[in-house]
Design a protein around this ligand. Sequence first.
Ligand SMILES: [Zn+2]
Length: 363
Amino acid sequence: MRHLMLLLVCSFATSVASANDPVPAPSAAAHGASAASAASAANVASAPSIKPSLPSIKPAVVPGATPASRAASAAAAAREAQAEAEAEAELSAKIAARLAAMRANQQARAAAAAKARKVAEARKKEAVVVNEAPVIKPYPGEHWSYEGETGPANWGRKPEWAACGTGNRQSPIDLRDGMKVDLEQIVFDYKPSAFTVVDNGHTVQVTVGPGNYISLQNRTFELQQFHFHRPSEERINGKGFEMVVHLVHKDADGKLAVVAVLLERGKAQSMIQTVWNNLPLEKNEVVTPSVVLDVNELLPARRDYFTYMGSLTTPPCSEGVLWMVMKQPVEASPAQMAIFSRLYPLNARPIQANSGRVVKESF
Ligand SMILES: [Zn+2]
């Protein structure tokens, strides 16, 4: 009788527990990462309850039963217990499968949320970068100089002078590792000429009368003007010089060829003295001396040179300029250099990138 009571209690308990168990819907595992937890909950709620298919319980033992019938009853009870255990095992497996599906869902949702967070953070960062981007101010005015807002670093901001900032054939450069070749001699055909001197606000510029030429590569260039920079704009193997004179020539097609003569401290230079003697008292005032000027006096004894393709070293920094830098510097006296430095202590554009250009030099 005790056995009967125990069986009845057990069966009832199992039956109630089974009816209350949330049993997974088989489709739950197929839900993608987008399934909301609410949907999962709904699935669970609507899932059909699975009740263990337990056989209906009948009294296993009847009063007054024979020993044979008692044995039969015990065997029946054992079968029932086994069926019960199987049903429980089946239920456990289903619960485990449901749990695994829920965990998979949960992980997928967490991954999606992490991804969304990452995207949002990246957008936020991007917005910060945009906000922090420097505002490019327009170039201030029409004038240029060698320092500050209107200095060389900013020349390229003016649209008309864009080459100063973005050009890759700019001058000056540091002349080094030149290809040592038998460079054609420059034929100088200068003669004593009338000239004018002007302080144009950037340098002292001398314009000579017509009839002064250089020839090379079957082309003839006529001397237009020459002017001074302090210190020298160009360097040779990293070495700068006190000053440089740029002799600017133009051919019939308008192509420019500039000969650079480096100046170092030494004895007085006669042609430079003639120019200094005629310096204007005011900027932009043109002085027309009554004497003549022989530019041959400025040239070094040796005519070896470096050559490369570059640009004007002042705005608009136009490229396509053939440069010839004389290797041998010419002397000028400290007093002569001091006179120029009182007007222009610094009027040299910084060294520009070589950008893989070919530099040739006489050997
Ligand atoms: Zn120059």
